[in-house]
Design a protein around this ligand. Structure first.
Ligand SMILES: *[C@@H]1O[C@H](CO)[C@@H](O)[C@H](O)[C@H]1NC(C)=O
Ligand SMILES: *[C@@H]1O[C@H](CO)[C@@H](O)[C@H](O)[C@H]1NC(C)=O
Length: 263
């Protein structure tokens, strides 16, 4: 009976219109998470928002489900923000014209929920805007590791919102817990994360943001349930590292001057 309840309430952390914050966390010191990106996704008259993070001056990682419905709209990446609705001199706004959703991404079960956005012009790296490292292919976070997730998503299940970045500490969980609750959970490509008390979590609007463990982005906020905050599923970045490297190489190649006209 309990399991049935758990299963039926499965829901995605959909990108949400308007900004808010993490549940059970606290406001971060302004500009102390310089890798964080705020994504505005315009799709016709509707605008949704998500998190993301800078992994190179020309590349932001986020969740594929944030952008999969976008037709001919546009995506704006805001870097160096604390209050996303404030006029902050630290902010850099970049229109994104190119992005790559993982070819095996599927909304059913949120498999391979990862997208790489290309920034052109590149971000200017300074005190407020910096990149974060990602793990190598075989580098897995251990069960029990304490990590942090930041974002501008909802601060309560009833939708309280604010404009400033918040952060929460969450523990990497044994994948068995997620397998029980999320039928499409995949150990190799997802991370099971959460706070057992059910009082701390990332939530709607935090999608696409990073799970940071020991200064490295190990996960991407992907999906969870609307009522039960524990556990949640993050995209496992180490599994996608070869794919990410490949895309970054392609981005760089596009920037090379055409050899036939360079002499
Ligand atoms: C949400 O906002 C309402 C109204 O401002 C406030 O009374 C309530 O305590 C807030 N709830 C949470 C969980 O922050
Ligand atoms: C996860 O839980 C399973 C089943 O309880 C157990 O066999 C396994 O050793 C656990 N793995 C870790 C890494 O704790």
């Amino acid at each position: 009976m309990l399991l049935l309840l758990l299963l039926t309430s499965a829901f995605v952390l959909v990108p949400w219109t308007g900004a808010g914050r993490i549940i059970g966390g606290r406001e971060v010191k302004p500009n102390s998470r310089p890798y964080m990106a705020y994504l505005k996704i315009q799709n016709g008259p509707a605008t949704s928002t998500c998190g993301g993070f800078l992994i190179r001056p020309d590349a932001v990682l986020s969740a594929a489900h944030c952008v999969d419905k976008k037709g001919k709209g546009r995506i704006t990446v805001i870097l160096g923000a604390h209050n996303v609705h404030g006029r902050e001199r630290s902010q850099q706004k970049i229109q994104v014209t190119q992005w790559v959703i993982h070819p095996k991404y599927s909304r059913d079960g949120f498999k391979n929920d990862i997208v790489l956005l290309k920034l052109k012009p590149k971000a200017r790296i300074n005190r407020n805007v910096q990149i974060i490292s990602i793990p190598r292919r075989m580098e897995r976070v251990t069960v029990g590791a304490k990590c942090k997730a930041a974002g501008w998503g909802w601060t309560s299940v009833t939708g309280n919102r604010t404009n400033v970045m918040r952060e929460v500490e969450l523990k990497v969980q044994n994948g068995t817990i997620c397998e029980l609750i999320f039928q499409k959970y995949q150990r190799q490509s997802m991370i099971c994360v959460g706070d057992e008390s059910g009082k701390k979590a990332s939530y709607k609007g935090d999608s696409g943001g990073p799970l940071v463990c020991k200064q490295k982005a190990h996960g991407i906020v992907s999906h969870g349930r609307t009522r039960n905050l524990f556990p949640e599923v993050y995209t496992r970045i180490s599994y996608f590292e070869p794919w990410i490297r490949e895309q970054l190489k392609k981005f760089a190649l596009q920037e090379l001057p055409d050899s036939s006209s360079s002499d």
